[in-house]
Design a binder for this molecule. Structure first.
Ligand code: ADP
Ligand code: MG
Length: 517
């Protein structure tokens, strides 16, 4: 048998290998770039040849500097790296590549029997290891496997990054939703350490914008310690619904409505509890006011019935007193009769005023000249003013247009305001009655101004409340009637006053065409 020379054997083997590899892979790997780093040139060339035959683009380096330059310039998909290379350690270079280019896969070449190095290379992030001497015919498979693994890792990393991004976005929108809520939201874990605390909770219960995440709930919010609702919820596995309590907050004592609930994860494991706290102070105050108003309305109705019942016997008494007065009586009896008469008069007045408030008649609007009305009314109370040496001045704007008013009710307004002005002055004052046409606002203004005692600022808000009077013989109903009449006219009253100097009541009436039809 003829011995085939070694060179020829090598040639045949190589040709068969080339054919085998070519059949499988050529063309599909053309876009994949592999960097091979080894200082043994022949070895390097052989790996290059095998991989090129498998269709890969192959670049080579024989030291760490060249290798790193090629990594940066060529950005290969895979690096096959010898552990011992001139200029440094292969594992160190791999760490550097992994850190800066996590998508580049690395296969480490180690000398046969050096499994420890191989194991630590895998630990440090190598996709696989290639024992030396290299079995070249397995190289293409190894590279293909490594590339698949790297692709999977890159895809996983991309998924993780997408999830992370989505989670961050969710966190941001959850935070901004929590921030927008007009309720305080605080969530705690099972040990009562705070996980979530929204802006409202901080503004309402903390003095400064401090970070309380991770802090114990009752240490961060001592005002809730006594209520202990979150603790109760966690210890008893029971939520709390609409618990109302007065709590000393940064903004003062507030009435709070508190709800708590348990929080679970998607597997149904209990994570902690959450408290949602609403400030219901204003709501409660309004409810209270409404209740008071309802009570007052009932009392008012009863009082109106009583007033009506008193009115009839009072008329009879008044009649008989008048008969008695016409009889010849001695002086003292006549005096008593006159006192009885004036007291009956006062009682009738109170009842009349009260009934006009409790059962107001609907206004009958007619177009009227306000200036003319004022001039008529001045004649009525001027004599009273003269007796107190009070001067009455009238300052009427000429261009005041006619307004739709209920004449009887409007006269009552004028009388009430001028009467109060007269009563506010002892002697030697001036009452000024003025009108203005506010053409821009489509309003007219009527001022009743006095130089009397004035009203303290804190009392101004009480003006118009029934039975509020500072006079020994006052009813405290005049302004109440006045304000309700002006309201019926869809107007408004503005009061300006200075104690010791005087007061001005300004009545504004609208003059919109057809407003009262
Ligand atoms: P009354 O005149 O019966 O007291 P009113 O409702 O007319 O009832 O007035 C209520 C209270 O408002 C008065 O008692 C007085 O204290 C105050 N007041 C009203 N008008 C004036 C004014 N022009 N100057 C000072 N105080 C006034
Ligand atoms: Mg009065």
């Amino acid at each position: 048998m003829v011995e085939v020379p070694l060179k020829l054997q090598w040639h045949f083997f190589f040709r068969n290998e080339v054919l085998r590899i070519k059949q499988g892979n050529f063309g599909t790997n053309a876009h994949v770039k592999v960097l091979v780093v080894d200082d043994m040139l022949l070895h390097l060339q052989t790996i290059k040849l095998y991989l090129e035959l498998a269709g890969y683009q192959v670049i080579c380096a024989s030291n760490t500097n060249d290798a790193w330059r090629l990594v940066m310039e060529e950005c290969p998909d895979l690096v096959i790296l010898d552990v011992i290379i001139p200029g440094g350690n292969g594992l160190e270079l791999m760490a550097k590549i992994k850190q800066q280019f996590p998508n580049i896969g690395v296969i480490i070449m180690t000398a046969y029997g050096n499994e420890d190095v191989a194991a630590s290379a895998i630990k440090l992030g190598a996709l696989d290891y290639l024992p030396k001497p290299v079995r070249y015919n397995t190289l293409a498979n190894l590279v293909s496997r490594a590339l698949t693994k790297q692709r999977q890792l890159s895809e996983q990393a991309a998924h993780v990054s997408t999830l992370k991004h989505a989670y961050e976005e969710l966190q941001v929108s959850a935070d901004s939703i929590l921030g927008c809520l007009s309720a305080a939201v605080v969530a705690v874990d099972k040990n009562l350490n705070i996980n979530i605390c929204n802006r409202w909770a901080k503004e309402f219960f903390l003095n400064a914008d401090i970070d309380v995440i991770g802090c114990n709930f009752y240490q961060a919010f001592p005002c809730f310690r006594q209520l202990g609702l979150l603790k109760y919820t966690l210890e008893n596995n029971r939520r709390v619904r609409n618990y109302e309590a007065e709590v000393d907050t940064v903004k003062g004592i507030k009435i709070l409505n508190i709800n708590t609930d348990l929080i679970y994860d998607h597997r149904g494991q209990q994570l902690g509890a959450v408290a949602v706290i609403n400030d219901v102070t204003e709501l409660k105050q309004k409810e209270h006011l409404l209740q008071e108003k309802e009570k007052l309305a009932i009392v008012g109705q009863m009082a109106a019935c009583m007033a009506h019942e008193i009115k009839n016997p009072l008329t009879a008494i008044k009649g008989f007193v008048q008969i008695l007065a016409s009889k010849a009586l001695d002086d003292s009896a006549a005096n008593y009769i006159s006192i009885i008469n004036s007291e009956i008069e006062r009682m009738s007045e109170v009842i009349r005023d009260f009934l006009s408030l409790a059962k107001p008649q609907p206004p009958q609007f007619v177009e009227a000249d306000i200036n003319l009305l004022i001039q008529e009314m001045v004649l009525i109370f001027q004599s009273q003013a003269l007796m107190k040496n009070i001067n009455v001045a009238i300052d009427l704007a000429e261009n005041v247009p006619p307004v739709a008013i209920d004449i009887g009710k409007f006269k009552q307004v004028l009388l009430n305001l001028t009467q109060n002005a007269l009563e506010a002055m002892d002697k030697n004052g001036t009452i000024t009655i003025a009108t203005y046409f506010l053409s821009d606002q489509r309003e007219i203004r009527l001022d009743v101004k006095d130089t009397g005692c004035g009203i303290p600022p804190e009392k101004i808000k009480d003006l118009g409340m029934p039975f509020v009077t500072t006079k020994s013989n006052g009813t405290g109903l005049g302004l109440c009637i006045t304000f309700s009449i002006i309201e019926q006219h869809r107007g408004r009253v503005v009061v300006q006053s200075e104690v010791g100097k005087g007061t001005t009541f300004s009545v504004y009436l609208p003059i919109k065409d057809g407003q009262y039809e």
